[in-house]
Design a protein around this ligand. Structure first.
Ligand SMILES: *Cc1c(COP(=O)(O)O)cnc(C)c1O
Length: 373
């Protein structure tokens, strides 16, 4: 074990002694570093943090203090961000289908930048938030992305111009184009094809006397979940920079909506073994968190995690299950683990996004306690 691993073990063990488990650790230093890192990798892109990835107040406070912009999707998200003192013009309401009360609420709070992907949506926006700025969300390839985000959303490219014209007629201000290449997107071509498509739409809009100022390249930027993985985002970023620079005029403002890339690497879930059995010659370990809790990303985010233990020794293929009374609550059936005992610690790094955000209280089991470290 390396020296810093030893330090980490002692640190985690003392937290567990003090607070029990499960624990959801948020590293404030890492949050700050990730924002800097994103800006360093994509210097031409203004990041709007996608709050849905992790709406923990501790995270939002840190991001607000760094002056970040926010991508919000509900009344509660808007309210929480504004309460932190963030100016409403730093928010984009990027849920492309919004209820009338949500649009009214946004308008009351002076959040006046909306995305849309249908004619019905512009009619709603014109009615409940007249005069607002609007961005058309287009359908783009989500090939190979872990989470598909174009099935439910996005205009066909040929429908964009007529709707921008319509929006203008209804008194709205057409501002730009947005897309989402799918979350945990590892295929740089998804972005590049979307840039090309967007650029053609900008030209067509210009021809119709609609001058668009914003290109919103969405989220999707991938992170590492396993120690052995390479830095995919690091490889993509120079290509994205070059192409953004080549394709878009300097006067266009490029914004992004990173969720996972900003919070994923900043959190660690610490659990303990609460039960053990041997079934058909295989070890089963029952943990105090599972797919109904902070490991819900296994279901909703299609995510695979690296499970780590401090114990050493020869490994065998084991099953991990959660604490609820549902057989669905099986975390993994093929983890290489040394033999564990009740009370042993097991932890997952890089679990900041789509984890605690989708955790439930099923079986009235509380969600893991958040600790800022
Ligand atoms: C979920 C979502 C994001 C964030 O996506 P990541 O893959 O986490 O970066 C950004 N924009 C919109 C519209 C989203 O729905």
């Amino acid at each position: 074990m390396k020296k810093d691993d030893n330090g980490f073990k002692q640190f985690v063990t003392s937290l567990v002694k003090k607070h029990g488990t499960p624990l959801f650790l948020i590293s404030e230093l890492k949050l700050k570093e990730r924002v800097e890192y994103f800006k360093k990798l994509l210097p031409g892109v203004v990041p709007y943090y996608a709050v849905k990835a992790n709406p923990s107040l501790e995270i939002l406070k840190t991001f607000a203090s760094l002056g970040l912009y926010f991508d919000v999707a509900s009344e509660k998200e808007i309210e929480t961000i504004l309460k932190l003192g963030v100016s409403p013009d730093k928010l984009i309401l990027s849920n492309s289908v919004k209820s009338p009360p949500l649009i009214k609420f946004a308008k009351e709070k002076n959040v006046l930048l909306f995305t849309f992907d249908s004619e019905y949506e512009i009619q709603k926006i014109a009615k409940y938030a007249p005069g607002s700025r609007v961005i058309a969300r287009i359908k783009v390839p989500n090939v190979g992305s872990v989470v598909e985000l174009s099935l439910k959303f996005g205009l066909e490219p040929e429908d964009v111009i007529p709707l921008l014209v319509k929006a203008k007629k209804l008194g709205l201000k057409p501002e730009g184009i947005s897309f989402h290449v799918g979350s945990q997107c590892t295929r740089v071509e998804n972005y590049l094809e979307s840039f090309e498509l967007t650029s053609m739409i900008l030209k067509d809009a210009q021809a119709k006397n609609i001058s668009l100022n914003i290109v919103d390249i969405g989220g999707g930027f991938p992170i590492k979940h396993f120690n052995h993985e390479e830095g995919i985002f690091e490889e993509m970023a120079p290509v994205l920079n070059k192409e953004l620079h080549r394709i878009f005029n300097k006067s266009i403002q490029i914004i992004g909506e990173p969720g996972r890339a900003l919070v994923g690497p900043c959190c660690t879930l610490v659990m303990r073994v609460i039960g053990k059995s041997i079934r058909k010659n295989k070890h089963w370990y029952y943990l105090d968190d599972g797919v109904y809790g902070c490991l819900s990303g296994i279901i909703y985010d299609h995510c695979k995690y690296q499970f780590n233990v401090f114990k050493k020794g020869s490994v065998q293929i084991s099953t991990l299950a959660g604490p609820t009374c549902d057989s669905f609550d099986i975390i993994s059936v093929s983890e290489d683990l040394p033999e564990l005992e009740i009370g042993d610690i097991i932890y997952v790094k890089n679990i900041g996004a789509y984890s605690i955000a989708t955790a439930t209280n099923f079986n009235s089991i509380p969600v893991a306690k958040t600790i800022v470290i």
